[in-house]
Design a protein around this ligand. Sequence first.
Ligand code: DGY
Length: 325
Amino acid sequence: MSELPLAVIAVPAPPAVEELLSSVCRPCYVAASDVAANLATAEGLLCPAPFPITVALLDAAPRLRVVSNFGVGFNNVDLLEMERRGIAVCNTPGVLTDAVADLTVGMVLMASRGLVANNRFATGGAWSAGESPPPLGWDLAGKTLGLVGFGRIGRAVAGRARHFGVRIVYHDILTSPGPGFEDCAYLSLEDLLRESDVVSLHVNLTEETHHRIGAAELALMKPTAWLLNTSRGPVVDQPALVAALRAGTLAGAVLDVLETEPPAADDPLLAMPNVLLLPHIGSATVETRAAMLDLAARNLAAVLGGHPPPECVNPDVLPRALQRR
Ligand code: DGY
């Protein structure tokens, strides 16, 4: 009987996941910084979604058959390069939809009710000192929420936000909202940006969506509008965003993702009073992270065991990836 395939696992795994992996492969648990050094004979890699799969890394992994991302995003891989090498790319869609949508609703409220400024006012001494409170917030009812990207997560945000009485408009490559979302209106990106009081981004990062929100797009937004981003930092041209916020042509931004994570200590966004930053926590709940790891492990185990995985971004590659080399 041939030896089980080696798999490099660059995320901590609880016993149930360890057990699953050990049944189909020889798992080698490493820190993300040690992945490259351990790939020489590895057939599988399980890594965080932002982990960059570079050509140099792939060159160091001649037997690799599957990269299983612990996350839904897959902008860390070059799909053409993976196809050329016959490597399957797996991700974890679906299981984090609710967590990201919940956070987005929280971000809408952070913006509309000034939650951060009010918390600082209450706890930072200003309230006790009798200083003037932050400006009043604004009601959501009757406002327009613009969702850029109306896939699983965009629709989950719409399903929650409609209970606040907002008008929901969206822009997507598909113009039809899908069953159950007939109350949401399709708009061109330009019209969505012009009409929305809050714009929230829910697109994958691709060549097409890189810097999709740049100076020209920001200039279309209302000066009272807020931009929210839980997708990927590079969807927004960050220097253009900083310029718009400084110029007052945009009221504020709530960002869970940045072009560079973590940000440099002197990143201007860190010091802007109308920017609320979160450290990429869209999927960061106990339940969601457990479900993501379970799916990522099942994806890896399936491919290494010679079976189609539950989720694969490039299924055309599977006939080659399922064969041991
Ligand atoms: C994802 O699932 O892609 C999250 O953003 C974590 O990177």
